[in-house]
Structures are given as structure tokens and as C-alpha cells.
Design a protein around this ligand. Structure first.
Ligand code: 0JX
Ligand code: SF4
Length: 407
């Protein structure tokens, strides 16, 4: 009997923010018809982007590339306020698919800036999310792109400094960088709630659980996906003998399997489960048919779709809606939304919707979008997967009470 096996990490794949963003584009195509423009890749996955392009989505980098009167969707990674302003000067119908957990970081940055703090944003220079967050307090934020930047940080008042982070970083590396910042600035304020999101944390925890047993660990995801790249690093750090990022089975090198008994498999938050199933097929064809799923956490977070999906586009017919969005759920165009109360959404198992402040109630738009993002193992034939729950750990809870968000 073969001693070859696969350890399939869980959670993996689409997070609630990605589900919402992808479904926003799909729903916009249904409601308004193609073309629907999307500013930046809706999520950093080439298969997702290609599939949406086939349906009539057109991806651009800036709103000035969007023709007058068109629908434009902002990606899950978020935007700086000037992008919103630029769209407002054009005859466009913007739909904001920014993940509510990224919006939460934007609100934190604005609050610390209003309180006259210098903000140290831990994140990767040039990443779309970082560009967007920097834009929410450009006069007050300093980017800290790893520990090597800490010594060079200059602030106005060392007693009035706070740190925030990109949502998709390595938990351990970020903690180490924050610790170095604290050594320089002992009065450093923490984020009011954890900025590295529940999905990023859970996928890293799951990889850590399997990595030590793996001769090879494969992460399904695209090369520009920050959270997917972090999974490769975490795997190597946690003891995987080798780890590689692949878009799909075509990216796998046969040479990686020399002497390999145990293969670990996971996927980034922007990678469709169908691709994981394809990789499992590839592995089964090579003798790795014994699949055990290792569960590190349960996830129940779901976000309602953006409220703008309920609006007519300029000069266009009203979209086909079952129940129009209630007027009081739609904030004025361009106005900042309220702080997004995310902690209950992260910690409460729910079968309903944890609606961000800028989202309509789930039943305002007829859609199948509101469903749990928890169990995506359905793409994997049940009989091939032996589930080994190592621990059940809901999304990390913040010790502070919800709403404790003032600096
Ligand atoms: O590069 P990221 O990991 O930030 O983005 P990706 O791969 O599209 O993941 C989903 C979107 C995450 C936003 O926080
Ligand atoms: Fe939102 Fe986290 Fe997913 Fe990013 S990785 S879209 S912050 S849930």
C-alpha cells in the first residue's frame, strides 16, 4: 500500500470579502449587463479575473479609463478617497466592493489622524490595499515595510504614535515589527482591533498545523496575492521541507515530488476551490490519493453586497431588483460610512449576515450571495477526504469589547 498522502488545510480559499467582491461583479453583470468596469483586479487571482472577463467585466487601473455612464466597481483591496473623488467628477456609477475589514482599517486611520497621532502602517509598499489606506490619512501615515524600516521612522511626538497594518500580512512577522516599533516608541497605541483579518489568521494557523509533517506544501494562489505568498512563507517557517505557490496544476513541477511522502495543500483567500480540486486530481493521479483534511478553525463570516447594486446607473434603466434597497440604508454619495462593527461578525457563528455599515440588508437585493463562506470542501469528493479536526477555533476574538475603537 502506498504511503503517499495529502494533508488538506482548512480553512483555505475564498474569504467573506472575496465572496462578496466576486459576487458583486457577477451581480452587476446580471443587473446592468456587460460591460461592467472593475478598477484593479477585483481580487488577486488570474482565474477569477479571466472568468469575469469572459462574462463581460473589463479590468482597468484607474477610473479615467472608464467611459462616461458606465458602472465601475472598486476592488476588495480598497481605494484612496481621491479615487472616489475622481469618479464623482465623471458620469459613472461606482460600486464599492472594498472588503468591510479593509474599510475598518481606513476608519481607524482617519480616527487616529483626527486625534493628531502619527500612524505607522505596517505593510508592503505599492500593494493596492496599502496605497488605499495611505490615502485615508496622507499627512499622518508613515509606511513601515518590515523591521528594516523601523529605525528610520520619524514622528512629531513619540508620545502620540499608533500602528495599523495591512490585512493580509504574516501574523508573526507583523507582531515582531510592532514589537520593534514599541521598543522605539513605548507609548505606541495598538489598533483598536486586530487589523490582520480573521481569514488571513485562520489560513496561516491551518498551514502551521500541517507544515511540520509535509515534505512538500502547495499553496494555490496567484503570484500577486499577498495573503497567498504569506502562506508559503509561513509553511516554510513552520517546518515544511519545501513550499510553492501555484496558480493551478499547470504550475506544478514533477521534480518537486522526488522522495515526497506527505504533500500539504492549501489556497489563498482569493483562490477558487475548484482549483484545489484540480490539484487534488493531479495528486491522486500520481499516487497521492489518501487525503486528510486538517481543520484549524471554523468560519461563519458573511458580508452583504454593496448597497450601490440597488441603484440605477446614470442615464440607464433601473436595475432589475426584487426589492429595492430601503432609502435609509443608502448613505450620501462620497460620504464616509460609519465605523464598521466587525468583531461580532468575526466571533459569532451565524447563519445570517454580518452586515457592514455600508451594506444593504441581505434581502434588499435578490441574490444568492448571502450564504456562509465556511465550508468550501464541497468541491472535493467527500469519500476522498478524511477529516481530522485538530482543533476547533473560531475566528480569533479580540479581548477588547466591540466598539472600543477610540485611540
Ligand atoms: O494581495 P492580497 O492578499 O491583499 O489580495 P487577494 O489575493 O486578492 O486576497 C483577497 C483580497 C484581500 C483583501 O484584503
Ligand atoms: Fe477581507 Fe480579509 Fe478577505 Fe481581505 S483577506 S478580503 S480583509 S476577509
Amino acid at each position: 500500500m502506498s504511503d503517499r498522502r495529502v494533508l488538506l488545510a482548512s480553512p483555505r480559499g475564498f474569504c467573506a470579502g472575496v465572496e462578496r467582491a466576486v459576487q458583486t461583479v457577477e451581480k452587476a453583470l446580471d443587473l446592468y449587463g456587460p460591460p461592467v468596469y472593475v478598477r484593479h483586479q477585483i481580487v488577486h487571482n488570474k482565474h477569477v479575473v479571466e472568468a469575469l472577463e469572459q462574462r463581460g467585466a473589463v479590468f482597468v487601473e484607474e477610473v479615467d479609463e472608464v467611459p462616461s455612464g458606465a458602472v465601475v466597481i472598486y476592488s476588495a483591496h480598497g481605494i484612496a478617497p481621491e479615487v472616489r473623488s475622481a469618479a464623482a467628477t465623471r458620469d459613472l456609477h461606482p460600486i464599492d466592493a472594498t472588503c468591510p475589514l479593509v474599510t475598518k482599517v481606513h476608519r481607524e486611520a482617519e480616527r487616529f489622524a483626527r486625534e493628531d497621532y502619527d500612524i505607522l502602517l505596517i505593510g508592503h509598499a505599492g500593494h493596492e490595499e496599502v496605497v488605499g489606506t495611505l490615502g485615508h490619512a496622507p499627512e499622518r501615515i508613515h509606511l513601515v515595510d518590515g523591521p528594516e524600516d523601523v529605525a528610520d521612522v520619524k514622528v512629531r511626538d513619540p508620545a502620540r504614535v499608533a500602528w495599523l497594518s495591512q490585512t493580509t500580512l504574516s501574523v508573526d512577522e507583523t507582531a515582531a515589527t510592532a514589537q520593534q516599533l514599541r521598543e522605539r516608541f513605548p507609548l505606541l497605541q495598538d489598533p483598536p482591533s486586530e487589523d490582520i483579518c480573521y481569514a488571513t489568521q485562520n489560513r496561516q494557523t491551518a498551514v502551521r498545523r500541517v507544515a511540520g509533517e509535509c515534505d512538500l506544501l502547495l499553496v494555490v494562489g496567484s503570484a500577486n496575492s499577498s495573503n497567498s505568498l504569506r502562506l508559503v512563507e509561513v509553511a516554510l517557517d513552520a517546518g515544511a521541507r519545501a513550499a510553492h505557490l501555484v496558480d493551478d496544476p499547470g504550475g506544478i513541477d514533477e521534480g518537486w515530488f522526488d522522495g515526497v511522502r506527505t504533500v500539504g495543500l492549501t489556497s489563498g483567500a482569493s483562490a477558487p476551490e475548484e482549483l484545489v480540486a484540480q490539484v487534488l486530481d493531479y495528486l491522486a493521479e500520481r499516487g497521492y490519493g489518501d487525503v486528510s483534511q486538517v481543520e484549524a478553525a471554523e468560519e461563519h463570516t458573511v458580508f452583504a453586497l454593496p448597497h450601490e447594486l440597488g441603484r440605477p446607473r446614470p442615464g440607464g434603466a433601473a436595475p432589475v431588483l426584487a426589492d429595492p434597497a430601503p432609502a435609509d440604508s443608502v448613505p450620501d454619495e462620497g460620504q464616509p460610512t460609519d465605523f464598521v462593527p466587525v468583531e461580532p461578525a468575526l466571533t459569532e457563528p451565524t447563519t445570517g449576515v454580518s452586515a457592514p455599515a455600508d451594506a444593504v440588508p441581505a434581502d434588499a437585493v435578490r441574490t444568492d450571495a448571502v450564504r456562509t463562506s465556511t465550508d468550501r470542501t464541497d468541491a472535493v469528493p467527500a469519500e476522498t477526504v478524511r477529516t481530522e479536526p485538530i482543533a476547533t477555533n473560531s475566528a480569533p476574538a479580540d479581548p477588547r469589547p466591540p466598539g472600543n475603537d477610540t485611540p
